[in-house]
Design a protein. Structure first.
Ligand SMILES: *Cc1c(COP(=O)(O)O)cnc(C)c1O
Length: 356
């Protein structure tokens, strides 16, 4: 297959060094070499946002981002807890579905998919209910909106309510103030802003909160307390995706050489090329620039063109874009700029669209 430039929100194009890391020797997950690998990933994940290794822990799972989010919700909210779930897209709504499936007491704060989170409604919802946790998506990949986490956090902090954050598509590229924002846990994955391969996901947890959470196990496989205990003791409850761990370890070394601010800058530069380029062609972004993440922007489909036509033409030229979901499927397309790609790729992308 010819190389494709992936402009979908994960998995992303790998750097050669990350791809090569997959070829390291076969390894048993009960051996000392695996312990070193696991420990280095856990430690490097905390270092991305310079977090205290005493107060925080990174817990590694084999699965996609959704597994990490589900593990976070099922492990952090105690039996007598009540989570307020903020919805303004697919991923917020997915968290409500998880709470429903696991019989976790929850209240949804619903918004339309392109709406900003309404802080007055948030305050009212916290006043009306006895809420123990607020769950929120940081970057709602449905629309490309970067939710106003610092303002949400300010409101929740006053009531000492910790945030449970779906940071799957923001971790590593957007600012996350774990302590200031009173974050209790944040779920993310290897194959978005960290540029690893799909198969490994993780949850960053505040140790005191997970230890306090009195949960009668809701799931066997996604029980984070169990993972934490065993990973702290240099073990793992189940077989991990060893080769994906190799790739993530290498991706984190690569990441460390630049840090999240540089990664963000790169994404912003790439996105600017796309946004300016498409706007100049009369293709309108869904949201204002200041509302958007640096990771992904959504655009209205060019006039007279279906998503399939646009997708297929771009694919012939080596670019993979992403469709809108649900009610947006027929009206928008999405462009992400994660992964080992270049500004030149983005310029060529715009010029292919210009030639349509
Ligand atoms: C990608 C994504 C997920 C998880 O998706 P998976 O397909 O399970 O990896 C969850 N939340 C957000 C915000 C995402 O962008």
């Amino acid at each position: 297959m010819k190389k494709q430039i992936l402009l979908n929100p994960g998995p992303v194009n790998l750097s050669e060094r990350v791809r090569k890391a997959l070829l390291q020797p076969d390894l048993c997950h009960r051996e000392a070499e695996f312990v070193d690998l696991q420990n280095s990933i856990r430690s490097n994940l905390l270092d991305i946002y310079q977090m205290s290794h005493i107060q925080w822990a990174a817990i590694l799972l084999t699965g996609s981002g959704t597994a990490a989010v589900e593990a976070m919700l099922t492990s952090m909210i105690p039996d007598d807890g009540h989570v307020l779930i903020i919805e303004n897209g697919v991923y917020g709504e997915r968290m409500s579905r998880m709470a429903e499936i696991h019989h976790i007491k929850h209240t949804a704060l619903r918004h339309a998919w392109n709406e900003e989170i309404n802080l007055e409604q948030l305050k009212a919802a916290l006043q009306q209910n006895d809420i123990s946790h607020v769950a929120v998506v940081h970057h709602e990949t449905t629309t490309g909106r970067l939710n106003n986490l610092s303002e949400i956090a300010n409101i929740c902090k006053k009531k000492n309510i910790p945030l449970l954050v779906d940071g799957v598509s923001s971790f590593g590229a957007e600012q996350i103030n774990f302590t200031d924002w009173n974050i209790g846990a944040c779920a993310a994955t290897a194959n978005k802003c960290l540029h690893g391969v799909p198969g490994t996901a993780f949850v960053i947890v505040r140790r005191d909160l997970i230890n306090q959470a009195n949960v009668t196990s809701r799931t066997l496989y996604l029980n984070l307390k169990d993972y934490l205990k065993q990973q702290d003791a240099n073990g793992t409850p189940f077989t991990q995706s060893v080769q994906c761990f190799y790739a993530l370890a290498e991706a984190l070394i690569e990441f460390k050489e630049e840090g999240w601010q540089t990664r963000q800058k790169k994404y912003k530069q790439r996105m600017k090329i796309v946004r300016d380029g498409l706007t100049s062609l009369g293709i309108q972004p869904l949201l204002n620039e200041k509302e958007c993440s640096c990771v992904l922007n959504a655009f209205h489909l060019p006039k007279g063109m279906t998503y399939e036509q646009l997708h297929d033409t771009l694919k012939e030229n080596g670019f993979i874009i992403y469709a809108g979901q649900g009610g947006l499927a027929k009206t928008i397309f999405r462009v992400s700029c994660m992964g080992d790609i270049t500004e030149k790729d983005m310029q060529r992308f715009v010029s292919v669209i210009r030639g349509l």
